[in-house]
Design a protein around this ligand. Sequence first.
Ligand SMILES: [Zn+2]
Length: 120
Amino acid sequence: MRRRKDSHKTRDLALQRMERLFMLAAIVHAAHPERSDRYVQIARKICTRTRVRMPRPLKRLFCRHCGSFLTAAATRVRLREGVLTTTCLLCGEQMRRPYRPPGRAGPKNTRIPGLIDAIG
Ligand SMILES: [Zn+2]
C-alpha cells in the first residue's frame, strides 16, 4: 500500500474541498438540484480516494442510499427515544442516528462557518 508523506496536507485539502462542494450544493440546489447531487457524488469520491472521513455535519446533508443532496423539503425527520430518523423522500430509505434531547450536556460545536448561512 502506498503511504503518503503529506497526509496532513491531503487531509486538509480534502476537507476544504468537501466543505466547498456542500456549500455550492446548497447554493445551487434551488435552481439546479441535479448539480447538487453531482457535488455530493464528487465529495464522496474525495472521501474514498483520500480515505478522509466525512465530517459529521456534512454527512447528514445527503442521502447515503441514493446520494442525493437533502433539503428540508426532501426529508422527513422524526425523533423517538433518543433516535433521530431521517427519511429520504426521494428513495424512501431511512437513516438513523442517536439524538440527545437538548438541555443536557452542552452541544459540541459542529458548525461550519458559512455553510449554515448558505442553507439559510
Ligand atoms: Zn435517498
